[in-house]
Ligand binder design. Structure first.
Ligand code: ATP
Length: 335
């Protein structure tokens, strides 16, 4: 029996997780699900953003399925971001964001791209200093982090028969930091039977629009990966379709790329596809390959039947959409 910790979080987090759990529970999986409480709502109930008992629950599990947490817009005393905490605590260095157009009539371009994003350093170390009206940001890039990320990306390409890996950087300007990342990339790609390409980050942003079919797998630094994956999600139909997984040596966390969307929270209209596809990644991680494939097929079959939530032009509410997916779990004829 595998153990999965589940964090519902804030905003639409409980809705997309609730819907995903309804589908997972209908699948009779060899998984025990255990709840862990974190975030703003948790703070208003318990006085803590990241309770120690929740950290223990997550530590006792094989991996975590995570909804979304609202980041306070202004600084709140004592606030700690649960997701940043978990990435650090479990050293979840590789953030994988597969972006695939879910159906030919959704989105603007035919993209099937996997973004492998560095998750522990770069621009998001958050080390900022302010002195005499000058704010300085420390941007850390280490050879160790670059090498393990590139190796992860190569392994991912090999496992998924992806023949081209593109290094996305800005080393024409950031010669030392991005230059180090680029150097490590070409060293690691030496002698591999995967085509090594490179793109400046601005060119990559354009290439996803102008030459989408050529873009297969990007390996890139933290900030670039964050921005490019939101662009990619917009191109294939919106944030509601973009899953993600963050992987370390012995733990992984799966969550939709989108945030807590407070504007639609509680309305029952959130699109749970990104969370369902994150659950597909989770089942693959747990080595439940047949279950992963069964769920993935049911999601794509349902979308191809025209069953959609309102963000994708449909009229299905979150719960009804998931009900259709449950009905499709055992249909054979799916993409
Ligand atoms: P946060 O501060 O938690 O990041 P946010 O609203 O700033 O929240 P997102 O949650 O990433 O950022 O989403 C931006 C907008 O996209 C939302 O306001 C919402 O309208 C839409 N959106 C995001 N996710 C979904 C979803 N799963 N279903 C439907 N609409 C969504």
């Amino acid at each position: 029996m595998r153990k999965v910790s589940v964090v519902q979080g804030d905003g639409i987090g409980p809705e997309v997780i609730g819907a995903t759990m309804a589908v997972l529970r209908s699948m009779d999986l060899p998984i025990e699900f255990i709840e862990a409480d974190m975030g703003l709502e948790c703070h208003s109930r318990t006085g803590e953003y990241i309770p120690e008992s929740s950290i223990e629950t997550i530590r006792s599990s094989d991996c975590c399925l995570f909804g979304a947490i609202t980041s306070p817009s202004s600084s709140m005393p004592g606030y700690r971001s649960p997701i940043l905490f978990l990435r650090r605590e479990f050293d979840l260095y590789a953030n994988i964001r597969p972006v695939r157009r879910p159906s030919p009539d959704l989105g603007l371009v035919d993209l099937d791209l996997t973004i492998v994003r560095e998750n522990t350093e770069g621009m998001y170390t958050g080390i900022e200093r302010e002195e005499n009206g000058v704010v300085t940001l420390e941007r850390k890039v280490t050879e160790k982090a670059c090498r393990r990320l590139v190796r992860y990306a190569i392994d991912l390409c090999q496992r998924n028969s992806i023949d081209t890996l593109t290094c996305v950087h800005k080393s024409n300007v950031l010669r030392r930091s991005d230059g180090l990342f680029r150097k490590v990339f070409f060293e690691e790609m030496e002698g591999r039977d995967i085509v090594a390409r490179e793109l400046l980050v601005d060119a990559a942003a354009a290439a996803m629009v102008t030459r989408p079919r050529e873009q297969k797998c990007y390996v890139t630094l933290n900030l670039y990966g964050d921005i490019l994956s939101d662009e990619a999600a917009a191109l294939i139909g919106g944030l509601g379709f973009a899953p993600s997984g963050s992987y370390g040596e012995s733990f992984a966390l799966f969550e939709p790329t989108h945030g807590s969307a407070p504007d639609i929270a509680g309305m029952g209209i959130a699109n749970p596809t990104a969370t369902l596809l994150s659950a597909v990644m989770m089942l693959e991680y747990l080595d439940l390959k047949n279950d992963a494939s069964r769920l993935k097929k049911a999601v794509y079959l349902t979308l191809n039947e025209g069953v959609r939530t309102s963000d994708a032009g449909g009229a299905f509410r979150t719960g009804d959409y998931c009900h259709e997916i449950i009905l499709n779990l055992d249909k054979k004829d799916s993409c």
